[in-house]
Design a binder for this molecule. Sequence first.
Ligand code: FES
Length: 322
Amino acid sequence: MTDLKLVVKSAEPETDLIKVFVLQPHDKGSLPRFTPGSHIRVRLPAGGDRAYSLITFDTVSTTPENGSDLFRIAVRLEEESTGGSAYMHSLKPGEVITVGLPKNDFPLHEGSAPAVFLAGGIGITPITAMAASLTARSFEFRVHYTGRTRGSLAFLDRLDAMLGSRLKVYYDDEPGNAIDLAAIIGSASPESHIYVCGPRGMIEAVKSMARSNGFADEQVHFELFTNAVSAGKGDTFEVELASTGEVFTVPSGKTIIDVLEDAGHDVLYDCQRGDCGICETTVISGIPDHRDVVLSEDERSSGKVMQICVSRAKSPRLVLDL
Ligand code: FES
């Protein structure tokens, strides 16, 4: 895959913990176009990368594609950053970074059915472009945006200007103003598509409530906001590959995929967040500690499959069909 070299045009604080980066091409050329919900992966100097959604408030374009001169992303500084958000927050205007081409794992559905967007914290970032696109096309939708405090929420003024009464904001620290997911999903029209971007608990709750309210799985779209720290955190365990008998130790701070790649194995994966399902692997023995959002409750409790990009082990060893 071709990478892009981008210059940091600006790096401005949006909240106490969130900075917004405007990026432009290093060679003064144009950038590839992207569809609402897309992200780019920023390559880290120490290895690895981090995915950040592309933001736009462009409601002029009537096509689902947006932007070609600048990329805009927002990065929340994680308290336990292992390098991703700390690196991003250290960047100054004029510095050059390397990113992958835009990719969309969270696209808008085709058609004009009403949309319900649910954003938790920094999970608002992909929803900016999606809401802008639906605004441009005069489609019916609502954005429900929740966070711990008013000060923790990004882009409130711009969202308010773009969305008006289609935006509803919730804060956990204000009595009576916490988000009521059951009420929102319960009152959505049956043909609606529901989009949720936020932490794992929020996605799990929305998926479960949508199912119990009769929404088909195809009507529920989700993208997980997690970070490599929480994905890799946990007790050390061993992984045995059934095909070769090799045994690897997976320490806290590394994922199964990290360890297998370090050992020179080719592993199939994509999102590295536990929401795309590509890295699903059969478990021959051992007890997985599931941290994804793609498996169903039945698949999870069967213990027969797991997503090796984020999930860990509750038993000392997992034997995997690899
Ligand atoms: S790579 Fe997407 S779920 Fe693991």
